[in-house]
Design a protein around this ligand. Structure first.
Ligand code: PRP
Length: 473
């Protein structure tokens, strides 16, 4: 009969062998999860990666667990066995009744009884977790702990190596774009991306979110939509979850004939889970998003001029005047710094400031765009003077996805202004992907491509005095 020591020795041998077998990260982690579960006599195991802000855990490999269990919802590292974040091993004797778990009801429905979680450490920092699951009560011995710590150490090295490879790949790509660029001196901490995506468009979408530093999770939750007796017969797993907006996003960019069935599923999901916020991004929506940065099919679309005027010059002026008056009233007795992001804001900013009756000064910023040379946003023009202790009013011509504003607000907040508010002329809410609070809004506009009064299409149309909808083929 094999002793526990013998099983653990064989288990570690297997784990080191798969770690060095040059498999993809997911396959390596699946194999490690399997070896751990088998060695410990557990039903299932998964390898979880912690995001850089230590908020969320994402599965990067698993064994023996149902899709429903793996995708039971975003896993909050501070709510689900939080002691593991501090480097401790957590042992759960009865999962359905344990308050340290975030989704005990799913544990119950999936008959998970015991859970053991161990941290994956890089030096003193926790970078992920190993979680083992059992359908029976599992007693956890000293030897189990020793094995688990050893397996976790190997797994942490696997993650570190994967991170290094991804980093090298990124550096290679950016050096190819700008050959004479200096190599970054240091690898960013925990920059590993956990996912192998199903489609190229998902990679692009994830890159776009990364560029603007918008937190995302990939397929963290499956929603059962139909049952056959006790069995789930229909399930829907949205592609992304954006925690800041508490919003799921489903990309339907591949086959357009899938849209009808996707729409049906999304409708059903909304009926069955009314608290869930989900957005379907069609191929057209996605192309629009990318066209903003000058590429993607719509970046090359033929434009036939302005199809319809949305707001005339007179309507704009009336609205700008009333915004100016409201701002002057709200800040009475104070002085403000108005900050605009170049270049679209120029018309609005110059009209707005002429209706501000309190003391004020202006400043401008500019940031690099997605699709450029960098992998993350860079400030290409920073403020001329300090805003520390000042009342700052950030002015935008349009808030769309909110990604530009989200990034800039975080940057401005780090300079410790006395207050920070936002005024935008246009708010195109249907396209929102980042959670930004708008204090003053000129007009809420529909999901149309608008130009004029500072807003451009490929650099043109900014000079139109009115705002019109661009007619595209
Ligand atoms: C526009 C606008 C905002 C941004 C909003 O700028 O001026 O800054 O888009 O979009 P978002 O909410 O999706 O981030 P753009 O990048 O088109 O440059 P421009 O101002 O030079 O026209």
């Amino acid at each position: 009969m094999t002793t526990s020591r013998g099983r653990y020795y064989a288990g570690l041998q297997l784990i080191t062998a798969v770690s060095n077998a040059n498999l993809s990260l997911r396959r390596t982690c699946n194999a490690i999860a399997k070896a751990i579960a088998k060695s410990m006599g557990m039903t299932g195991c998964r390898v979880l990666l912690l995001n850089p802000k230590n908020e969320y855990l994402t599965t990067i490999g698993s064994f023996g667990l149902s899709d429903l269990y793996l995708r039971k919802g975003p896993l909050d590292a501070r709510k689900s066995l939080p002691e593991v974040l501090d480097g401790r091993i957590a042992v759960v004797a009865h999962a359905p009744s344990d308050e340290r778990l975030q989704h005990p009801e799913v544990a119950e429905s999936q008959q998970v009884v015991s859970i053991v979680a161990a941290p994956l450490m890089r030096g003193q920092d926790t970078i992920g977790q190993l979680r083992m699951y059992s359908r029976e009560t599992h007693s956890f011995s000293r030897l189990d702990e020793e094995f688990l710590r050893a397996a976790a150490n190997i797994c942490a090295v696997v993650l570190e190596r994967a991170e290094l490879l991804q980093f090298k790949e990124r550096v290679k790509r950016s050096c190819a774009k700008t050959p004479r660029r200096a190599l970054p001196a240091q690898m960013p901490v925990s920059s590993l991306k956990p996912t192998e995506f199903a489609h190229e468009s998902e990679v692009e979408f994830a890159n776009l979110l990364d560029f603007y530093q918008i937190e995302w999770l990939y397929e963290p939750r499956s929603f059962p939509l139909g049952w056959n007796g006790d069995e789930v017969s229909q399930m829907f797993t949205p592609d992304f979850y954006l925690p800041e907006l508490d919003m799921y996003v489903e990309l339907t960019t591949m086959k357009q004939d899938l849209i009808t069935s996707k729409n049906r599923k999304v409708r059903k999901l909304r009926e069955m889970y009314p608290d869930i916020n989900i957005r379907l991004l069609t191929r057209k929506d996605f192309a629009r998003l990318l066209s903003k940065y000058g590429y993607g099919p719509m970046g090359d679309a033929r434009v036939e001029g302005v199809g319809r005027i949305l707001y005339s010059h007179v309507q704009i002026q009336r609205r700008v005047r009333s915004l100016g008056r409201r701002i002057s009233k709200d800040y009475v007795g104070q002085r403000i710094v108005m900050i605009g992001v170049l270049k679209g804001v120029m018309c609005f900013m110059s009209d707005l400031m002429r209706h501000i009756s309190i003391p004020m000064r202006v400043d401008y910023m500019d940031i690099s765009h997605y699709g450029g040379e960098e992998d993350v946003v860079k400030i290409t023009r920073d403020l001329d003077s300090s805003i520390s202790g000042e009342h700052v009013l950030m002015v935008e011509d349009i808030v769309d996805t909110g990604m530009t504003l989200n990034y800039i607000l975080a940057h401005l907040a780090s300079h410790r202004p006395a207050s920070l508010r936002v005024c935008t002329l246009l708010d195109r809410k249907p396209r929102r992907l980042a959670n930004v609070k708008l204090d003053y809004v000129g007009f809420e506009i529909p999901d149309e491509f608008v130009v004029g009064y500072g807003l451009d299409y490929k650099g043109e149309y900014r000079n139109l005095p009115s705002i019109g909808i661009l007619h595209q083929e």
